[in-house]
Design a protein around this ligand. Structure first.
Ligand code: TYD
Length: 134
């Protein structure tokens, strides 16, 4: 499946932690065109339920925890994110669902493209038919 859970470079010292990420690096192998974050997710809410045609993303759980369910049309895997030192890189064609957000969960997303609704595949049956034609 086109995702990777990676260790992020940290500059921790006695003062605390610091992670710096740059475009076209080992951790972010694309131009950064957009950054957004999910926070204050209401209890029991599930988000995502889409794939992309082009977008590459790096997702970092900078606070709290949540689960990413990733699906390539053939299998499904759940990745638990609970550390600001881990990044989840998700390829465009992976269907993603996010659930089990803790109240303090903040997901920072670094994205390769500007927001474009036309890049989204939000219907799972359409997703299956699109990836089977790739
Ligand atoms: P949505 O795609 O529904 O989020 P999720 O996939 O996590 O459920 O996005 C919620 C709203 O935010 C929707 O109106 C589109 C808007 N939005 C932007 O304007 N820019 C962005 O970069 C993103 C991710 C969403």
């Amino acid at each position: 499946m086109d995702y990777r859970l990676i260790d992020l470079p940290s500059h921790n010292d006695e003062r605390g932690g610091l992670v710096a990420l740059e475009a076209w690096s080992e951790w972010v192998p694309f131009e950064i065109k957009r950054v957004y974050y999910l926070f204050a997710t209401a209890q029991g809410v599930e988000r995502g339920f889409h794939a992309h045609r082009k977008l590459q993303q790096l997702c970092i759980c900078v606070s709290g925890s949540c689960d990413f369910v990733l699906d390539n049309g053939q299998s499904r895997e759940t990745v638990h994110l609970n550390s600001p030192l881990k990044g989840l890189r998700i390829g465009n064609s992976v269907w993603r669902e996010m659930k089990n957000f803790t109240p303090d969960c903040v997901i920072l997303v670094i994205a390769s493209e500007h927001y474009d609704e036309a890049d989204y595949i939000r219907d799972y049956q359409k997703y299956l038919s699109e990836i089977n034609h790739i």
